[in-house]
Design a protein around this ligand. Structure first.
Ligand code: NAP
Length: 295
């Protein structure tokens, strides 16, 4: 079998167009555009690229983008004060503090300082708790994007065996909660899991969010499974630039799976699309409007 490649770029473009199509109506009703504030601390080149892409996507959707770029000498107190200021700013519907933060800043304190209604990353414990309790929440963008791709591919994951490899707060745990909410039978695997290949072999749906290049091998994949590869790992390449690979050995896994996301071009573009979606939804909820339909 050679698996279908799941096209995350196309799905992300569809979502971003849909988000943009709701903005004029929001502007008409409220007199302002939905707004996203990004906060970047320090000079990490990868983080700077991510934040620039997020700001560009916000502007392309017709939303207001407020970029705050701070030096890596910024103190924890100064960063918290900026977050409080953004919490109070009526033009701002979403606040995104780019991770990782410099080591002298406690990321947990910063995440907890963000007003939950503006927490478009979905990392605040209130949103994590609401997701786990089956209440409306702002859901972390990457796993939400994975769920979108799975639903698009399979219609529903209800009743399927899903294995999520990884239990981080930003990907693995919310992914498992989303799958459970959709009535999948969910196993969460991690670094202490015994006989991971055997665990994965039972899965109709595999979501790999590990951060280890090509760790998941083709012969772990149940024939006909759907594989979502969250990993982004850069390997040294002959051209000096290196190449990106996922957590799944793509060519091998594609021999067994029915459908699989490539890296790049799979989950990656979905993260920004879902950030745009979360910002639009947060804006509607804050304005007392119903959630935009179909997003
Ligand atoms: P993380 O916080 O480092 O978590 C990695 C998880 O993998 C941990 O739960 C860890 O288990 C588990 N793990 C590590 N080694 C393992 C092994 N040998 N067997 C089984 N499980 C193992 O990483 P993350 O933030 O969730 O990100 C995971 C990957 O997704 C990274 O490659 C990251 O770059 C990528 N990512 C992509 C996007 C996107 O937009 N596409 C967004 C976010 C992250 P323990 O808990 O036991 O340590």
């Amino acid at each position: 079998m050679t698996a279908k490649r799941i096209d995350g770029r196309a799905a992300a473009a569809t979502i971003r167009e849909a988000v943009a199509s709701f903005v004029p109506d929001f502007v008409q009703r409220t007199g302002r555009a939905p707004g996203l504030a990004t906060v970047l601390v320090g000079e990490d080149p990868a983080s700077a690229v991510y934040v620039r892409s997020k700001n560009r996507a916000t502007a392309e959707a017709g939303m207001a983008s407020f970029a705050h770029n701070l030096p890596d000498t910024t103190s924890e107190q100064e960063l918290l004060e900026l977050v409080w200021q953004l919490n109070a700013d009526e033009r701002v519907d979403g606040i995104l503090v780019q991770m990782p933060l410099p080591r002298h800043i406690d990321a947990t304190k910063v995440i907890e300082a963000v007003e939950p209604a503006k927490d478009v990353d979905g990392f605040h414990p209130v949103n994590a708790g609401r997701l786990a309790s089956g209440l409306p929440a702002l859901v972390p963008c990457t796993p939400y994007g994975c769920l979108y791709l799975l639903n698009q591919e399979l219609g529903t994951v209800g009743g399927l065996n899903a294995v999520v490899i990884g239990r981080s707060n930003i990907v693995g745990k919310p992914m498992a909660q989303l799958l459970l909410a959709e009535s999948a039978t969910v196993t969460i695997a991690h670094s202490k899991t015994r006989d991971l290949p055997q665990v994965v072999k039972g899965a109709d749906v595999v979501v790999a969010a590990v951060g280890r290049p090509e760790m998941v091998r083709g012969n772990w994949i149940k024939p006909g499974a759907t594989v979502i590869d969250v990993g982004i790992n850069r390997l040294p390449g002959d051209d000096g630039k290196g190449r990106l690979v996922g957590d799944v050995a793509f060519d091998e896994a594609a021999e067994h799976a029915a459908a699989i996301t490539p890296v790049p071009g799979g989950v990656g573009p979905m993260t920004i699309a879902m950030l745009m979606r979360n910002t639009l939804v947060a804006a509607h909820r804050r304005a007392g409007l119903a959630d935009p339909e179909g997003l």
